[in-house]
Design a protein. Sequence first.
Length: 189
Amino acid sequence: MADDLEETLGEAELVEGLERKKISGKKIAVFGGGAVILLFVVIGIMSIFGGDDPEEAEDEALEKMAVEAAEKRDHAQAEQDKSTEELKMLFVDLGEQLYNLNTDGQGTSFLKATIILEIDRERFRTEVEAKMPRILDEFNVYMRELRPEDLDGAAGIFRLKEELLMRINQAVAPTRVKDVLFQQFIIQG
């Protein structure tokens, strides 16, 4: 029995020792809060720096700098050109173009148009002529998606001119085309 009593007292001391080593609720809250904050910091750092290849980030930065330098150079060149080059009314004839319109499989419909581009500087003429394949490609891609009803009335033709002007100026940038003129515009279908 004495052995049983000793054993029971030993267990009580063990339990009491364990109870003394309990961590208070305040300490758990502090450690838990610290862990959450640390997790957010790690996630933030990884989102900023992680995932991107350092070489890729460096290439992007160099490309951005090159684009900004080119824009500054083009702007300076444009300012110089404004002061030295006389503005004129010049035209570049694209000739007669034939486009197959989108009819959603309901037969065929064609647009036959003679297109002329208006520019205001002689050097733009050579740049536009040099980029003619790109211009015609832009026109073909866009025209192929047009439906005959998209070209109904003056509003349809005006929207077409505006869309083509935007696309051509993107294709020939930094050169600028002032207007797209139609000399002939026939829809057959």
